[in-house]
Design a protein. Structure first.
Length: 247
């Protein structure tokens, strides 16, 4: 995460006064700035004695961020990219592929949520086997098992720094998926919530990040598993498929 202070030498508008203004809103890094509601930040700047300079600083910081990323794509360009470069990969389970319209899609971050012993890891192994060896050895899928174990130790309770790190990690995975045309699949374990009900380990700040969220569960006493759609950009939530995972 680049601290705002590191930009001061090259961009005089981002001076100590601008940094103090940002710090009063919990903004210390570029990632903090992106996570903040910029309309609220601008409105707060308008109430300050040096409002014009602060708003110029906000505009300059946005332009710096914009120059460091690829140009924005319009809807037609995104559609063409999806058709040409973002293929669908089979999960190895016919029922799941049917539920998801073919499988997991390249260019997307898919999250598989489930309690312990629900079969998350077995499903991942089956998914890898279903892809088979490729002659050109092109990477088609990146798997993080599990994203919650990787991130929770840096969250530090509800502090903004930990949540900024978590969000930055999620956006990096989405960026990798899009730019390299790969499917990124992460698992997230579950913890006890209010009343003892289970909930995903990564909370509200995380759930908006993945393109697709799937909930995996297993019927007690048998090998039948259920997978349901919690979130999907083009499919209805709540749809369920039942399948069997061999131990």
């Amino acid at each position: 995460m680049a601290p705002l202070k590191s930009l001061e030498a090259r961009y005089p508008l981002l001076d100590s006064n601008f940094q103090s203004f940002c710090a009063s809103n919990g903004i210390f890094t570029v990632e903090d700035f992106l996570l903040h509601d910029l309309s609220v930040l601008t409105a707060f700047a308008e109430q300050q004695p040096n409002s014009d300079r602060l708003k110029e600083g906000i505009t300059q910081l946005l332009s710096i961020i914009d120059r460091q990323h690829q140009p924005w794509l319009n809807g037609l360009q995104l559609l063409e990219d999806a058709r040409q470069n973002k293929h669908v990969l089979s999960t190895g389970f016919e029922e799941i592929d049917k539920l998801l319209g073919g499988g997991v899609r390249e260019g997307q971050l898919t999250e598989l949520v489930g309690p312990s012993s629900s079969g998350k890891t077995q499903q991942l192994e089956n998914s890898l086997k279903s892809q088979g060896p490729k002659g050109d050895c092109k990477v088609q899928m990146l798997i993080v098992d599990s994203i919650s174990s990787l991130i929770t130790h840096v969250l530090g309770g509800s502090g903004p720094q930990g949540h900024a790190l978590m969000t930055a990690a999620g956006f990096l995975l989405k960026k990798l998926a899009h730019e390299h045309n790969i499917a990124v699949l992460v698992t997230n374990h579950m913890v006890a919530g209010e009343g003892g009900t289970l909930k995903p380990a990564l909370g509200e700040s995380w759930k908006s990040i993945p393109h697709v969220r799937l909930l995996l569960s297993r019927d007690p006493g048998n090998k039948i598993s259920n997978i349901s759609i919690l979130k999907h950009p083009s499919l209805a939530s709540g749809e369920v498929a039942r399948f069997v995972i061999d131990d």
